[in-house]
Design a protein around this ligand. Structure first.
Ligand SMILES: Cc1cc2nc3c(=O)[nH]c(=O)nc-3n(C[C@H](O)[C@H](O)[C@H](O)COP(=O)(O)O)c2cc1C
Length: 188
């Protein structure tokens, strides 16, 4: 067996293709338990999680739609509708929230990188349990009104919304970069 087989099979499943069943409470905890085992300089655990499921997904969609119009009163109806539906496809969305400590000897960049690793580990954990997942951000992740409604503090930021559910069809593989072309040797 190819030792990389599990990693090789990983690919995102677009959130609109994710449906019921989603991960149970125990499965979410199992996924998070794996996801927090990431490299974390200084053991800061500079992240936390917000689960968005059930009716909360639709409520967040309504909030997004209203905010989209507030941001751009000329926004096309189709775009606003897309925002309304954004969180309503996958049964469970886990927002990975970076809890940053500016001025710490561990630079903020490293805290963010650790959070990125958590997001990726969550994708793998979802796959290990037989679910599909996608890491999305979109404008809502960076909008101060939305993040305040999500309860984020001033030094917190959304690193990703990890949408998790059961794929309704197999997601196509995408073209991958040529690793060999990206490799250089440093020659002193
Ligand atoms: C930080 C981050 C944010 C992303 N946000 C979006 C997004 O908002 N919309 C989108 O279509 N893809 C987004 N993507 C890309 C998808 O998560 C994913 O990489 C892509 O669909 C193909 O993924 P795969 O390499 O996991 O198969 C984002 C990726 C990263 C790393």
């Amino acid at each position: 067996m190819n030792p990389f087989e599990f990693l090789r099979r990983r690919r995102s499943v677009p959130s609109r293709l994710l449906g019921e069943p989603g991960p149970s409470h125990d499965q979410v905890l199992a996924m998070l338990t794996e996801a927090v085992r990431v490299p974390d300089h200084g053991k800061l655990a500079p992240w936390r999680f917000l689960r968005i499921q059930g009716l909360a997904r639709d409520t967040l969609g309504e909030l997004l739609a209203a905010r989209a119009v507030e941001r751009d009163p000329q926004a096309p109806a189709a775009a606003v509708e897309k925002d309304r539906q954004r969180f309503s496809h996958a049964p469970v969305v886990l927002a990975v929230v970076g809890r940053l400590t500016p001025g710490h000897k561990v630079p903020v960049q490293e805290q963010l990188l650790s959070g990125g690793a958590v997001c990726f580990a969550l994708l793998q954990a979802a796959q290990a349990l037989g679910f599909g997942a996608q890491w999305l951000t979109g404008w809502a992740a960076y909008d101060p009104v939305v993040t305040a409604r999500l309860g984020l503090g001033p030094d917190e930021t959304v690193l990703g919304f990890i949408h998790v559910g059961t794929p309704s069809e197999e997601a196509p593989e995408r073209q991958r970069p040529d690793a060999a072309a990206l490799l250089g040797d440093w020659t002193p």
